[in-house]
Design a protein around this ligand. Structure first.
Ligand code: SF4
Length: 405
């Protein structure tokens, strides 16, 4: 049986390392030089090279997104950027624009091409078209059912990657101008700010400041309000179908999200590879509970059962108990038996804390005392990115995540 590649997003070097340590086979990332705007959650070429050096230690891979819908002005800098990516030998390029595909084949000829979901491949003729163009793998449109995916897989000899987890567009896979219009960040340049998830209200022209909710019941608005995709329970069927790669959305999500999603899908893939049995209800419940802790929206299985299931599940009641990302373990002081932690949210003794250790262990942490960098006793870790020390009997892996709840 083919074991699918688990592909996680990496918004920065920290998330790249977190994804790999928590179970990703591959990370995908965007380059600062090419995105035209220097978003925090993008990599310089130097950082891409650093990321590559890190993943190589674990025999993992880095794909770089060059999946903008390019305008003429973008084409001038494309060849030199592609040449640099060829030079540092990234493992794959994710492309969608036919012009960029042509340039990638000319200026980065040794790097395999993955067709982005933004190309919206939704039928086998389109898949065959891109195969004949020399593309190695296709990320299918998210709007396909299991039967449609299976038919494409059977009819076309090309690697298939599909989204199994993360945000869904209310438009067709990212072909949308809403984010560009509202925030200046274009989805078509890989920088969507997800305004289709903002809370919207109605205002009558002559009553400024009076907001009328757009909603159908007390659970909120169903206009521009997509749930997040979660195909965890479909992992066995998708593996049986021979899907080569499972992709997770969310380059702008936190390291906690990356760690949690990577860890759950790693366990699910490994479990099915070993036992070839459907997951038990207990397994599914505990993995889903874990995923729910870091999700931003309730889940949907999207279009996988056909379009009608999308209409039905808006009525499902779900409770969401979120975990909060409090810090990252940066080392261990063996002379004092203390973990060195970089703070990410206010925490202190008495909080219900847990340590998420790479390798799928979640350990309760009974925090009695907390110390600052000079080892003075403090009551809370209050300051952003503050270094604090936590008494702990043994060293644990760097990039272990401290979370609350
Ligand atoms: S705003 Fe929403 S629909 Fe538009 S690209 Fe972003 S996630 Fe997709």
């Amino acid at each position: 049986m083919k074991i699918p590649e688990l592909v996680l997003p990496a918004g920065n070097l920290e998330k790249l390392k977190t994804a790999v340590l928590f179970g990703a086979d591959t990370v995908y990332l965007g380059g600062k030089e090419f995105s035209l705007r220097a978003y925090a959650d993008n990599f310089t070429l130097e950082e891409i090279a650093m990321g590559l050096a890190f993943v190589r230690q674990y025999n993992k891979k880095v794909y770089v997104t060059v999946n903008i819908l390019a305008h003429n002005r973008d084409l001038q800098q494309t060849p030199s950027y592609l040449e640099k990516l060829e030079e540092i030998q990234v493992d794959g390029l994710i492309v969608s624009d036919p012009g960029i595909i042509k340039l990638a084949q000319r200026y980065a000829p040794s790097i395999p091409l993955t067709l982005s979901t933004q190309a919206n491949v939704s039928n086998y003729e389109a898949a065959a078209f891109y195969r004949d163009l020399g593309v190695k793998r296709i990320v299918l449109a998210r709007e396909l059912s299991l039967e449609e995916i299976q038919e494409i897989k059977q009819k076309v000899d090309i690697e298939i990657e599909m989204f199994i987890h993360g945000a869904m567009c209310v438009s067709y896979s990212g072909r949308c101008l809403l984010s560009h219009y509202m925030t200046g960040r274009s989805a078509n340049y890989g920088a969507c700010a997800h305004p289709c998830r903002y809370r919207y209200a109605l205002v009558e022209e002559k009553r400024p400041g009076q907001y009328y909710p757009i909603e159908e019941d007390e659970r909120g608005s169903y206009i521009l309000n997509s749930r997040d995709l979660c195909l965890l329970e479909y992992v066995p069927r998708l593996m049986d179908m021979g899907i080569e790669s499972f992709k997770v959305e969310g380059r702008m999500k936190s390291p906690l999200y990356v760690a949690s999603v990577a860890s759950v899908y790693r366990q699910a893939i490994d479990r099915y590879t070993t036992y070839r049995e459907d997951f038990s209800a207990n397994e599914l419940n505990s993995w889903t509970e874990e995923l729910t802790k870091t999700a931003t929206r309730p889940f949907t299985n999207g279009f996988i059962e056909g379009e009608s299931s999308l209409l039905q599940d808006i009525n499902k009641e779900e409770k969401q108990e979120r975990a909060e990302f409090c810090g990252i373990v940066r080392g261990y002081r063996s002379d004092k038996n203390m973990l060195k932690v970089e703070q990410r949210a206010n925490f202190g003794p008495g909080d219900p804390l847990q340590l998420m250790v790479p390798g799928a262990n979640i350990l309760p942490l009974d925090l009695q005392e907390l110390f600052d960098e000079e080892l003075n006793l403090i009551d809370r870790a209050r300051h952003p990115r503050q270094t604090v020390y936590i008494p702990y009997p043994e060293s644990i892996s760097e990039y272990t995540i401290l979370r609350r709840g």
